[in-house]
Design a protein around this ligand. Structure first.
Ligand SMILES: *Cc1c(COP(=O)(O)O)cnc(C)c1O
Length: 224
């Protein structure tokens, strides 16, 4: 794992690369938000990033986020948490309690559970629909062909406002066609948020219109 002293340096480098990629795409640097993916990294690593001005974090697992973030929020009111991992229905309520954004809404049962949790908690995180753009069987996300019907169902059946889309392209493929597909889908549904791009491909994602990039290892170091 990276020494915590590397984290501010890594963050500055990533921010510079984001700004350059945005500029190349004729987009303002502020059009792209960095979500620092802190999964598997300890609270001290998140605190080091906060001290370096990073306020938005992504976590895969609700349990891990519940263990790390409540104590940090008390000290850093600007902190924002995105849940970005596949979400079990029985974790929906805790996710709604903890998260500012849930990026991994991908099926009717989860939509129903989140809708119910929002009522019970009196708190509504922003919601992104995760699309399995490569239709990979092992991957979370609504299948590509079902995405539009699912977006409509979120609105009409569960009264859930959807703010955007998220995808994780297949590891072995050129991610660009996947990013472009997601961008077209978002444009067609007038969704303002496009969460795409990770450590290896965030510049390509920015070229394709990403508004949020989720960068983990390039900020915090390789995961053990
Ligand atoms: C782990 C993870 C990331 C960050 O991946 P890196 O390659 O470490 O940047 C982004 N998005 C999701 C959904 C992840 O699970």
């Amino acid at each position: 794992m990276t020494d915590f002293t590397d984290i501010p340096v890594n963050l500055a480098r990533i921010r510079a690369r984001i700004a350059e990629a945005a500029l190349r795409a004729n987009r303002p640097a502020e059009a792209v938000t960095l979500v620092a993916v802190s999964k598997t990294n300890p609270v001290e690593a998140v605190a080091a990033a906060l001290a370096a001005g990073q306020t938005i974090f992504g976590e895969n697992r609700v349990q891990e986020a519940a263990g790390k973030f409540p104590q940090l929020r008390a000290d850093w009111p600007a902190l924002r948490l995105h849940i970005i991992g596949g979400l079990q229905t029985n974790k929906a309520r805790e996710a709604v309690r903890l998260a500012d954004v849930i990026e991994s809404l991908d099926r009717p049962k989860l939509a129903a559970a989140i809708a119910e949790a929002i009522v019970k908690e009196g708190r509504a995180p922003k919601l992104l629909v995760q699309v399995n753009t490569g239709d990979e069987p092992q991957k979370a996300g609504v299948p590509r062909a079902e995405a539009e019907d699912f977006l409509r169902a979120c609105r009409d059946s569960w009264n859930l406002p959807i703010h955007g889309l998220m995808c994780i392209p297949p590891a072995e493929e050129d991610p660009r066609p996947h990013f472009l597909h997601l961008a077209e889908l978002a444009a067609r549904h007038a969704l303002p948020v496009l969460s795409m791009g990770m450590s290896a491909d965030f510049e390509a994602a920015i070229a394709c219109g990403a508004t949020h990039v989720r960068v983990g290892s390039a900020v915090f170091g390789a995961r053990g």
